[in-house]
Write a protein that binds this ligand. Structure first.
Ligand code: FES
Ligand code: FES
Length: 161
């Protein structure tokens, strides 16, 4: 089948079987290897991306469902974003396998809850497993990124006002 989709703001015309996994299309066809295959069964979140702003496990999403959709992967999260910098600054990444999925889950969380408390952060990242960090540093990174984003917004509004 042929379908059109947008990946990180670039338009693509894909020719593939409808049961091709989004994860394979991203990694093998587009060379976007940020999303990782952990379990391949929807259990770990290492392959998480956003489809039309919704967090999904790309190992479970067939390309046949994506005509006209907008996909964001970790490559679409700018290096200078508060989230990426906070993960580095707070030790939110060790081996790094879970990190792309964590960043996408956190992106979705902060879009819905710009000022999350710890319970909301835990819930927002509940579908993403990490075997290295014990999660505490990841939660701290997300909280710090939220604070920085809020401060940036406040500063922008102050300047405009
Ligand atoms: S690889 Fe997709 S959820 Fe684990
Ligand atoms: S940093 Fe290794 S699995 Fe999370």
């Amino acid at each position: 089948m042929h379908l059109r989709l947008t990946v990180n703001d670039a338009q693509h015309s894909a020719a593939c079987r409808p049961d091709t996994r989004l994860l394979d299309y991203l990694r093998e066809t587009l060379g976007l290897t940020g999303a990782k295959e952990g379990c391949g069964e929807g259990e770990c979140g290492a392959c998480a991306v956003l489809v039309d702003g919704v967090l999904v496990n790309s190992c479970l999403v067939p390309m046949g469902q994506l005509d006209g959709c907008r996909v964001q992967t970790v490559e679409g999260v700018p290096a200078e974003s508060p989230l990426r910098r906070a993960f580095a600054a707070h030790g939110g990444t060790q081996c790094g396998i879970c990190t792309p999925g964590m960043l996408m889950a956190a992106t979705a969380l902060l879009a819905d809850h710009p000022h999350p408390d710890l319970a909301e952060i835990r819930e927002g990242l509940a579908g993403n497993l990490c075997r290295c960090t014990g999660y505490t540093r990841i939660y701290a990174a997300v909280a710090a990124a939220a604070e920085e984003a809020a401060a940036q917004t406040h500063e922008t509004h102050s300047r405009v006002g």
